[in-house]
Design a protein around this ligand. Sequence first.
Ligand SMILES: NC(=O)c1ccc[n+]([C@@H]2O[C@H](COP(=O)([O-])OP(=O)(O)OC[C@H]3O[C@@H](n4cnc5c(N)ncnc54)[C@H](O)[C@@H]3O)[C@@H](O)[C@H]2O)c1
Ligand SMILES: O=C(O)[C@H](O)[C@H](O)COP(=O)(O)O
Length: 378
Amino acid sequence: MKIIADENMPNAKALFSHLGDVELVNGRTITNSQIKNADVLLVRSVTKVTRELLEGSSVRFVGSATIGVDHIDLDYLTEAGIEFSSAPGCNAEAVADYVFSGLSHLYMTKKLSWLNKKIGVVGYGNVGKTVYDRFTNLGCQVCVYDPFKDNEAGAANFVALDEILSCDVISLHAPLTTTGSFPSKGMIGSKELAQLSAGTAVISAGRGGVIDEEALLERHSQLNGDIHLVIDVWDTEPEINQDLVSIVDIATPHIAGYSKQGREKGTWMVYQALCRHLAISSQSVNKSDAISSGWLSSIDVVASGDQEEMLARSVQAIYDVARDDVRLRFKYRENKENNVFDWLRKHYVERDEFNTCAVGAINNDVSSLVCAVGFSKK
Ligand SMILES: NC(=O)c1ccc[n+]([C@@H]2O[C@H](COP(=O)([O-])OP(=O)(O)OC[C@H]3O[C@@H](n4cnc5c(N)ncnc54)[C@H](O)[C@@H]3O)[C@@H](O)[C@H]2O)c1
Ligand SMILES: O=C(O)[C@H](O)[C@H](O)COP(=O)(O)O
């Protein structure tokens, strides 16, 4: 069996080699002729899996080690009888970590307070719910907009989009969709951005295209820059709007989900799905061997005082999002690589999830707060 896999899929050779010959390729540039004789295609979000790519090939299974599926023509796969599996939720914890690292950065650099403010989450899927639950456990006033879930009465504080736009912090986690009753493409456009007050913080770690970037630049100018922006996903990836980069607090190259464990979980979930498809036992590899533990197994928080600073210091011990922003700006300035965006992603200095680290604390209140942000209990 021939398996073609994106070279950026961690552990692909180790996990899949006992099932067939694994060839690693550049996911951004995969062509129809490269996969013609393949039985299995394993991708990440940068490969457009379309009729054009697959027609005439012998591929019977496509796996995407990602949460998002907007790069996959699901209708074509169904029509062609090709089985598909993604990795729902694999990096939800990683994205939630990114959100809290973004807020920690805003607090430590601008004293932007968020803990006692109104928080709005867009999208209540694996990521949105994880983010929502962390804010709730931190005692924040949080609401969520998800037009496909708001009949889950009692599950969360569902509100209309207008109410989200009045929040102090807005965290976007909708998938990119262009059809259906609530397409998300451009859903945060000039009309919506006009409703944001000065001082709002917006975190965009879902998909580029959900926010209208030109409208965002205009609103930033109308507010004289008094809006705080943490942007991970971009409308025209792998090219990105440098005007937008120049005004945001944090600009990262679509790496919110790039925790070491999140990426490994993605491969692991696709591996299990392929084993099911082939009716082969996945027992030859243990999950604990496929998913790494972290560098810091525990930390002790011995000071409290300012709760937001205490949270920020704990968060930044594991992941300070500013490192990825600095690296992005440096690489674009240096401009030595052909494709800076993909280079940054390929050479990502991986990070661990907060949950790989247990927290000890001077008292239960401190311990509860740090665990609420995603750490494990000691
Ligand atoms: N930046 C990153 O590295 C990164 C990592 C993981 C996921 N993502 C993106 O985040 C998205 C969400 O991830 P998830 O795991 O929660 O997906 P999910 O499929 O579990 O949930 C998506 C949720 O969004 C809701 N939704 C759909 N259209 C909406 C709209 N117009 N307005 C509000 N809500 C809407 C759905 O009802 C669903 O509840 C993914 O589709 C992916 O594109 C980005
Ligand atoms: O949808 C996802 O899971 C994320 O956006 C994913 O982390 C993107 O990473 P990529 O597949 O582009 O490497």
